[in-house]
Design a protein around this ligand. Structure first.
Ligand code: ZN
Length: 250
């Protein structure tokens, strides 16, 4: 369904269910509350993740798909698309096929801003690195009408954001995040912290690990109040960091 041109539109392209919540759940809730359209594309069902003793390994892909939908419901996000790739094999995806799928997603959702992993995949996970590469490739292809004419009208993304160069919970409290290179967009998500917590909890199979990182560690708790993104390309605001990912976007 095409969105009205004046609506702010954000697309997150990730590799596994929970990537989106890990980095950007508070921002999704914030922008949904402000009337923006938020869409998620997740390339795998995270079939090699932990089960949390909640299901069998065989059931895990379907369980994680349901968890992703539930997590996004907690944030007010209903547009969730899963692709059919396999955990830890994403770098082997047929290039033309994943390019076409992501071009289709971009032309369908028509985002001004896309968020994905940085080229090092935040933690060098090969799937994260792969989806970063595929997303950049697809953004370029989506703007060129000669690629996949059947996949919708060409669309130019205005700003690509990456995950920050260091995860916020790895910065010690005395570090001023605003002074850190690559922390270009700092979103105050304090008001949506409860929704972010609910989204983490909805990823029930992954929750034991997430709880350790974000709930039990005081440094991890900072991520409920602030999310950071690095400007990959697009209009660079005069002064960084900026508190709104849509700043300067027309
Ligand atoms: Zn991941």
């Amino acid at each position: 369904m095409p969105y009205a041109e004046e609506v702010k539109r954000l697309l997150f392209i990730g590799a596994h269910p929970d990537d989106e919540t890990f980095f950007a759940a508070g921002s999704f809730a914030k922008y949904v509350s402000e009337g923006a359209a938020v869409s998620i594309v997740c390339a795998t069902r995270g079939q090699l993740g932990k089960t949390g003793d909640l299901c069998s390994k065989e059931e895990l892909p379907q369980v994680r798909e349901r968890e992703l939908h539930a997590a996004m419901r907690a944030l007010g996000v209903s547009d969730v698309e899963l692709l059919n790739y396999v955990d830890k094999q994403l770098s082997d995806a047929p290039l033309l096929q994943i390019r076409e799928q992501l071009v289709h997603a971009i032309r369908r959702t028509r985002p001004q801003v896309v968020i994905t992993f940085d080229p090092y995949g935040a933690n060098q996970h090969p799937d994260h690195i792969a989806i970063s590469r595929y997303a950049s490739d697809a953004i370029a292809a989506a703007s060129d009408a000669r690629w996949f004419p059947g996949a919708g009208e060409a669309h130019q993304v205005q700003r690509l954001l990456w995950t920050p160069p260091t995860m916020i919970f790895k910065l010690t409290p005395e570090v001023d995040i605003r002074e850190q290179a690559g922390f270009d967009f700092l979103i105050d998500t304090t008001q949506w912290a409860d929704q972010k917590a609910a989204a983490f909890q909805a990823h029930a199979t992954q929750f034991p690990g997430l709880k350790k990182l974000f709930f039990d560690d005081p440094n991890g708790q900072r991520t409920f109040n602030c999310e950071a993104f690095r400007l990959a390309w697009g209009l660079r605001p005069d002064i960084l960091p900026v508190e709104d990912i849509f700043r300067g976007i027309t």
